[in-house]
Design a protein around this ligand. Structure first.
Ligand code: NAI
Length: 462
């Protein structure tokens, strides 16, 4: 029986980062992974492959829409779908092999197979039982099912099937206007598919700042995506390679159908903990299947910890990574910490959408006195030169103290720009601190500074 200080179950961003940090802190570490490659959903069928397709199709969009105006004439590129898929697969391989390399470098044993926990201190993989002083569950999440919709990964796909369709569909219905629906909907819309997004709520991307939601929807509509809002999908029928989606409009209960070549189900994910043996162990799990943990990621059973999508909080790779590092520190006798108030969230469409901290709606509801500093990318020279002037930066600061409470960006490179505000918030900065920091010209990040200036005496280029 091999014996470890820590066995991490799952090698997604939560698990592999946790394993590396444990090893760096001197703990003898193994990581169990049942997939053929390391990296979990994120690297294999999530963040990384979707970004490859988003990048390739954004380049296509640029060529089709902006090249001629810049004096780049000639035929727009044609799409070689198989080559695009192999570019995506190469990107996955480079990343998953990278994790394998990091495991070897840090002397982490990769135990191949699916784990169960027969008792605290023991992890069973296949016929072998391994001993561990501590176990960290980082088993991630899986697609949540929707009644009446059966995913076959051909005509009705989840995000996994959407990354490897046999051919580009002419028509696509996306169920759910959340992150996955809008990212993958954008990919296929740019590739020429007619995309209809059917969303239960009256606004897209639930939980996001309402002004951003409105502007985002308008920009996506301009790109050709169609939206049916306030519509609850009740079922999808398939036959002869086609799908018929039925939905009911909430305002009048009227029933409608829409036909398409492909349906993407993107109505959320749920924790994946099958086969671990949690109920026999007595590990407490919430009604929604999330493993319950305390402030140090300890479950109700001593020596068993849990992080990432399997526990509460946003299902984001970087949230899982932070928890992975923090729990490793706890296990090494240090004080691990995650600031849940400063976790950015990004949608990698074009334009990108990024946010951190509180929304204006949340501040209103809490009765917090606040002020808004807003700046449009129309006033940013670099954005204008790059045909990327759609969108804005919105900073919310405390009315009395000027402390930054949240930021919401829709625009070019929003996913990178947001981190300036994250660092500022981590340091408890005031909007004035950002406003007084010299920003290089001409950069998109000047728009962040201008929004900070708008929290005070006013932006310059507005
Ligand atoms: P989501 O929770 O973001 O959005 C699901 C949407 O489906 C909601 O707007 C909901 O109102 C709608 N919906 C639910 N039932 C419906 C019905 N019967 N009919 C019509 N609409 C319905 O879920 P999504 O997009 O599947 O993403 C899952 C998770 O993965 C999220 O937690 C997300 O944060 C994460 N993710 C993050 C990414 C990123 O950070 N860029 C990329 C992809 C996924």
């Amino acid at each position: 029986m091999s014996s470890y200080d820590v066995i991490v179950i799952g090698s997604g961003p939560g698990g592999y980062v946790c394993a590396i940090r444990c090893a760096q802190l001197g703990l003898k570490t193994a990581c169990v992974e049942g997939r053929e490659t390391l990296g979990g959903t994120c690297l294999n069928v999530g963040c990384i492959p979707s970004k490859a397709l988003l990048h390739a199709t954004h380049m296509l969009h640029e060529a089709e829409h902006n090249f001629a105006a810049m004096g780049l004439k000639g035929k727009s590129p044609s799409v070689d779908w198989n080559q695009m898929l192999s570019y995506k697969d190469d990107t996955i391989a480079q990343n998953t092999k990278g994790i394998e390399f990091l495991f070897e470098k840090n002397k982490i044993d990769w135990i191949k197979g699916w784990a169960s926990i027969p008792e605290a201190g023991r992890v069973k993989v296949g016929d072998e039982v391994h001993e561990a002083k501590n176990i960290v569950i980082a088993s991630g999440s899986e697609v949540a099912s929707l009644k009446g919709v059966e995913v076959d990964e051909k005509t009705v796909v989840s995000s996994t099937g959407a990354l490897k369709l046999n051919k580009i569909p002419k028509t696509m219905v996306v169920i759910g206007a959340g992150v996955i629906g809008l990212e993958m909907g954008s990919v296929y819309s740019r590739l020429g598919a007619e995309v209809t997004v059917v969303e239960y709520l009256d606004a897209i991307t639930p939980g996001m700042d309402a002004e951003v939601q409105k502007s985002f929807k308008r920009l996506l509509e301009k790109q050709g995506l169609k939206f049916v809002m306030g519509a609850a999908v009740s079922g999808v029928e398939t036959g002869k390679g086609k799908a018929k989606t039925t939905y009911k409009l909430r305002k009048d209960d009227s029933e409608h159908t829409v036909e398409s070549d492909v349906v993407l189900l993107a109505t959320g994910r749920k924790p994946f903990t099958d086969g671990l043996g949690l109920s026999d162990l007595g590990v407490k799990v919430s009604d929604r299947g999330m493993i319950e943990t305390d402030d140090h990621w300890a479950t109700s059973v001593k020596g068993i910890y849990a992080i990432g999508d399997a526990i509460k909080g946003p299902m984001l790779a970087h949230k899982a990574e932070d928890e992975g590092m923090a729990v490793a520190e706890v296990l090494a006798g240090k004080s691990g910490h995650v600031n849940y108030g400063v976790i950015p969230s990004v949608i990698y469409t074009h334009p990108e959408v990024a946010s951190v901290g509180q929304t204006e709606e949340q501040l209103k509801e809490a009765g917090t006195p606040y002020k808004v500093g807003k700046f449009s990318f129309m006033g940013n020279g670099r954005a204008k030169a790059n045909f990327a002037a759609d969108g804005f930066v919105k900073i919310l600061a405390h009315k009395d103290t000027d402390r930054i409470l949240g930021a919401h960006i829709i625009g070019p490179m929003a996913g990178d720009l947001i981190h300036e505000v994250c660092v500022a918030m981590e340091f408890g900065a005031a909007a004035q601190d950002l406003a007084m920091t010299c920003h290089a010209h001409p950069t998109y990040s000047e728009a962040v500074r201008e929004a900070a200036l708008a929290c005070g005496d006013g932006a310059i280029h507005a």
